[in-house]
Design a binder for this molecule. Structure first.
Ligand SMILES: Nc1ncnc2c1ncn2[C@@H]1O[C@H](COP(=O)(O)OP(=O)(O)OP(=O)(O)O)[C@@H](O)[C@H]1O
Length: 245
């Protein structure tokens, strides 16, 4: 096991000693932060405070479009959904993935919510060309076969990172691939007792996120896995600081 994974195991062990201090106000605040950052990565312009107003207080923000409001509400809804799946110990399946995507695009794109794309796509800023639509079902079958073959033997953080990378590489949806992949990654982490890993929406983090994904598309995803390990270390450290007091 590498140094970062060892550090992650130590931090998680420490965190487990303070689990009694967890409460809904802390998790709610972190979930809003995650919603804010994940939507910000894809270009949503709501601030952290505005995201909180929309999601928790049902207040609309003047000058911001309906889609941006729906993206915030849907993302929080999707977090509740993955928490429920993790709590009930439901296995991760293609059905669960499609349900997550359906929530992400709920009331935004009725024709595509919860459905694979029927058209080719490109990823802006990337040379990687995702598979043609007729190849999506076999590629997704392959993805879940890979998951089944590795879920009990791989370190959960590596498993979560790899599933994220493999999913965005297939890019099975017309829209919402990034948010859905980050939610799937967090569902895997949650199943193993981790708090939400939040990829921040700032320029520097986004640059490393996209660069390591681009590197992964040419065959080596180790830099991306390392990036996710850093995100998990950051999230664990932040959470520990809050609940340890
Ligand atoms: N080189 C790359 N190879 C594979 N995936 C990438 C690459 N660069 C970025 N991505 C992923 O693609 C996502 C963005 O994809 P795209 O521009 O198609 O928008 P999208 O699918 O609508 O995203 P979002 O899903 O959240 O709205 C990023 O969040 C990231 O996860």
């Amino acid at each position: 096991m590498n140094d970062k994974l060892q550090q992650i195991d130590t931090l998680l062990g420490e965190l487990n000693q303070y689990r009694a201090n967890e409460n809904y106000r802390i998790t709610e605040a972190l979930e809003i932060e995650y919603t804010y950052d994940s939507n910000r990565i894809e270009g949503n312009t709501l601030t952290l405070h505005e995201t909180d107003m929309v999601v928790n207080k049902g207040i609309t923000i003047a000058g911001k479009g309906l889609k941006e409001h729906l993206e915030a509400i849907n993302h929080k809804e999707a977090i509740d959904f993955i928490k429920d799946i993790a709590q009930k110990k439901e296995p991760i399946s293609e059905r669960v993935l499609l349900d997550i995507h359906a929530i992400v695009l709920h009331s935004i794109d009725k024709d595509n919510a919860g459905k694979y794309r029927r058209v080719p796509v490109i990823i802006s800023g990337s040379k990687h060309i995702p598979p043609q639509p007729y190849l999506l079902q076999p590629k997704m079958d392959e993805l879940f076969q890979w998951y089944e073959a590795n879920k009990d033997s791989m370190h959960p953080v590596v498993l979560a990172a790899q599933m994220h990378e493999k999913l965005v590489s297939v890019h099975p949806f017309i829209d919402g691939n990034g948010r859905t992949a980050r939610l799937l990654m967090n569902l895997i982490l949650m199943q193993h007792g981790y708090p939400i890993a939040n990829i921040k929406g700032d320029n520097e983090t986004r640059r490393r996120y996209y660069e390591t994904l681009e590197e992964a598309s040419s065959g080596d995803n180790s830099a991306f896995v390392e990036f996710i390990e850093d995100v998990v270390i950051q999230s664990l450290t932040y959470y520990l600081k809050i609940i340890r007091g």
